[in-house]
Design a protein around this ligand. Structure first.
Ligand SMILES: C[S@@+](CC[C@H](N)C(=O)[O-])C[C@H]1O[C@@H](n2cnc3c(N)ncnc32)[C@H](O)[C@@H]1O
Length: 259
């Protein structure tokens, strides 16, 4: 249909261009301009809201991280799976520190950038697919707001079961989330209400990403309060053992595998 995006690896194309702008390496170092310009992630929500977000932070080193990212990596122990590794910023830092780390992502383009940046151990696919491969981990990272990958009430139990299947005894999940409910913006408050009316969690976003001519399918990405998060974890193989909300509305939740 005219005007509809072509389905493709939006995140991968975007991160490839962001990497090219940052380093000069890649097919579009100037992103089609005469001077370098920022690569913007276009996020469409199903109420019609469109947001643009700069992408350099996906490649940033520890000096430019938010404080909760630094506290998250300090909690890592043992063999680590970075779930939704993106441009590899966290996994690369861990690898440099000698931590055995694997980066997993559904975006081939993102994994290509990670490999070019020197990240050695990479897996393409979902946690469910990786569970069949056999490796076991002590730490799972869900950073860069990747509590989002819980999606909502339907997906969360299966997602946590897949992580449990990949876990060694005593394993932990360190997940970064954002409480969306502090806002007074009527557009967001109205969207949360709409979601609840249709039986979804208030911050269960229905999104599509766009970059240039490409778009993703519509998918659910969860932003939720700590109380909602605790509710999703209840009855799964995981226990919520710590919440660090020093930088509220952002939080780091630690889940520990039940014995
Ligand atoms: C918001 S970015 C976060 C990237 C990285 N964790 C960071 O902190 O910079 C989300 C990443 O998760 C990946 N992703 C999305 N859905 C996924 C899934 N079901 N399984 C694994 N990775 C996924 C995306 O391709 C993207 O690289």
């Amino acid at each position: 249909m005219i005007g509809e995006p072509r389905l493709g690896d939006v995140f991968g194309e975007m991160i490839r261009d962001a990497y090219a702008v940052a380093t000069g390496v890649g097919p579009r170092p100037l992103v089609g301009g005469r001077l370098p310009r920022p690569v913007i992630e276009i996020i469409e929500r199903d109420d019609g809201l469109v947001n643009g977000a700069p992408t350099e932070h996906y490649l940033a080193g520890p000096a430019d991280w938010q404080p909760y990212d630094r506290r998250a990596v300090d909690r890592v122990h043992g063999r680590t799976l970075d779930v939704g590794v993106g441009g590899g910023r966290i996994a690369l830092h861990l690898q440099e520190r000698g931590v055995p780390v694997t980066g997993l992502d559904t975006s081939l383009g993102a994994l290509r950038v990670c490999r070019h940046r020197g990240l050695r151990d990479l897996v393409h696919g979902t946690v469910d697919e990786h569970a069949a491969d056999g490796p076991r981990y002590d730490t799972f990272l869900l950073l860069g707001n990747n509590v989002g990958l819980f999606e909502g009430r339907e997906r969360a139990p299966a997602f946590l079961a897949a992580l449990a299947a990949l876990a060694r005894p005593g394993a932990r999940i360190i997940a970064h989330g954002t409480d969306p409910y502090g806002t007074t913006d009527p557009v967001h408050v109205g969207y949360h209400e709409l979601n609840r009316r249709r039986g979804r969690l208030g911050g269960q976003l229905r999104l599509r990403l766009r970059y240039r001519e490409l778009g993703t399918e519509w998918f659910d990405y969860l932003v939720c309060s700590v109380a909602e998060f605790a509710e999703l974890v209840h009855g799964t193989p995981w226990r919520l053992t710590d919440v660090d909300d020093t930088d509220a509305p952002y939080y780091l939740a630690t889940l520990t595998l039940r014995r």
